[in-house]
Design a protein around this ligand. Structure first.
Ligand SMILES: *Cc1c(COP(=O)(O)O)cnc(C)c1O
Length: 376
């Protein structure tokens, strides 16, 4: 049986977690959290990176910083994970879903402006499969209409757009370190902040509304309740697990890309024959092999495909059910314009196994079955 996902493990995780325990520091903001945060800041050339308990919480924290409120509208794709919308729905705002492009499955930058109203306050591009949205256009629209941009870069760490790291292009960027992502800490994430003036407030909200971060740095001699807040900082045990992977980020990235490229090469003929479609990576985007997917003719063929692959011992999965078709999406949001591609393309997409530790031989084996399904 070939699993769909295996959480990343490099071998140093237990040693580092043991170090945190030995140092009697297992709550948040210890040495490993600092190492991970500095690494993220250097890698993305960002003023401030704050480790969080999830990407969901990073997005919630960003939403609090923007002061988004009841009645405001936030533009985002419908083809995304629920967290993209939850953060704003929790603040009483309305997600306004805009169609995706069929090639990258990302928010269609050319359909954003038509969805802007006097209530629109921000845009949340989601970099699907670690392939960037058209950020030049999106940032230009945001500037013109005075909107903020929060990048849902949950899948985008180590990817770039015209040389710029994803997550570090908008006002805020959110990463995920869930066990299904390229680098993991079980559950976890990070918020990237470009404008330094938000840093102090972000640190306070993340620490239950207190200035404990300043206290830790010796900048105040006691800490107190300063603002509303929550608990968005992860434990050192989780940060220690993550550090073992960030240390090896390049080799993990290379191993994933090798699998991705092997999939593509193996299945390219099938693509040329018109039987399937494969992911599109625009030339100015460098991706991180977060995901390998293919598109079947339609949902019926996809169901048969998943069943066939399962019989061969390979787990493959489909992805998001568009948010605007879900009960909460209908209650809290609305779709602007025509759903030309969101539903149609999401019904065709199926993801093949992709994780650190998947071998090229396994990729070859999987591709043999894919070709078998299509009679080749
Ligand atoms: C994984 C994911 C999230 C949520 O990440 P968590 O760390 O589990 O909260 C949000 N958005 C997208 C696009 C994701 O892929």
């Amino acid at each position: 049986m070939i699993s769909f996902n295996v959480p990343p493990f490099t071998g140093k995780e237990i040693e580092y977690m043991g170090q945190a325990i030995a140092a009697q520091k297992i709550c948040g903001d210890g040495a490993f959290t600092t190492k991970c945060s500095r690494w993220l800041e250097e890698k993305t050339k960002t003023k401030k990176a704050l480790l969080t308990t999830s990407c969901t919480h990073a997005t919630e924290l960003a939403a609090l910083l923007t002061k988004v409120k009841e009645g405001d509208e936030v533009i985002m794709p419908s083809f995304t994970f629920v967290s993209t919308a939850d953060a704003f729905v929790l603040r009483g705002a309305t997600p306004v879903f805009v169609d995706i492009r069929p090639d990258t499955m990302n928010l269609d930058e050319n359909k954003i402006e038509a969805a802007i109203t006097e209530k629109t306050v921000g845009i949340v591009p989601v970099h699907y499969a670690g392939v960037s949205c058209e950020m030049d256009k999106i940032m230009e629209i945001a500037k013109k209409h005075k909107l903020w941009v929060i990048e849902d870069a949950a899948q985008g760490i180590m990817s770039t757009y015209k040389g710029k790291p994803l997550g570090a292009i908008g006002d805020f960027g959110c990463f995920s370190f869930h066990e299904t992502k390229n680098y993991s800490m079980g559950e976890g994430g990070a918020l990237l902040i470009q404008d330094e003036s938000y840093v102090e407030e972000a640190e306070i909200i993340r620490e239950k509304g207190t200035n404990r971060s300043k206290f830790h740095r010796g900048q105040v001699d006691k800490y107190t309740w300063m603002n509303y807040g929550s608990s968005y900082l992860p434990s050192e045990l989780n940060a220690a697990y993550l550090w073992a992977q960030l240390e090896k980020a390049d080799s993990i990235n290379e191993a994933r890309l090798a699998c991705w490229n092997r999939y593509y090469k193996n299945l390219d003929k099938l693509r040329e024959s018109g039987k399937i479609e494969l992911p599109v990576v625009p030339p100015h985007c460098v991706h991180n092999a977060h995901m390998f997917y293919l598109k079947t003719a339609d949902i019926e063929e996809r169901t048969e495909f998943i069943e066939y692959m399962k019989e061969k011992g390979v787990l493959t999965v489909f992805h998001y059910i568009p948010l605007h078709t879900a009960p909460a999406g209908q209650r809290f949001g609305r779709f602007h314009g025509e759903d030309e591609y969101t539903t149609k393309e999401s019904e065709r997409l199926v993801r093949l196994p992709m994780y650190y530790g998947l071998t090229l031989e396994q990729v070859d084996e999987i591709c043999t079955y894919v070709k078998g399904f299509y009679g080749q």
